[in-house]
Design a protein around this ligand. Sequence first.
Ligand code: GSH
Length: 209
Amino acid sequence: MELFSYFRSSAAYRVRIALNLKGLDHQITGVNLLEKAHKSDDYLAINPQGLVPSLRTSEGNIVTQSPAILEWLEENYPEKPLLPEDSFERAKVRSWCYQIACDIHPICNLRVLKYVSSDLNGGEKGKLQWIQHWIREGFSALEQQLDTGRYCNGDTISLADVYLIPQVFNALRFNVDMTDFPRIRSIYEACNQLTAFIDAQPENQKDAS
Ligand SMILES: N[C@@H](CCC(=O)N[C@@H](CS)C(=O)NCC(=O)O)C(=O)O
């Protein structure tokens, strides 16, 4: 499998974690967002949205959108499941994932931040204020819901951890004050002791573009 990834993309980071947790052989191809490689004809032919990540499966099919990629991995490689067996527990984990993927991440990605800082004249200060506000609002709700235990859903790693850790990485990168989120901080530390998470960290993407 081939994952088209940018090292700092939190959506791509999710998929890197899941591929590692499932122990799947893959190669990473860097798509440098700052150099606009995601807008090149070659990459747009792979992903017409011009976003990372995209996954080329071993059969040569392209899957885009990290939630679709993660579901595809879960369906095709169920041996190390990332969703609980019980349907209510599964719904809980999915709800946490979507709070991040639908309600926090999309309004804090590169093109939105550029729009806020340049088109709306927010500058660097406005951009930071925007990102810190929306991440804090999302994390405040999540903090109250996450189970007690080592990870988001008790002591078993789930897709919720796969979504949460890259979002926390982003929060730290943009100096979000994490004082009010002890559960989230402790899950972040616990996950980052596992090889699958360490190997997926942005600084460990070998093709660091
Ligand atoms: N919903 C998409 C979001 C993908 C996305 O926004 N990727 C960002 C990086 S995290 C990107 O490619 N941004 C390029 C841009 O904003 O121009 C997914 O989960 O795959």
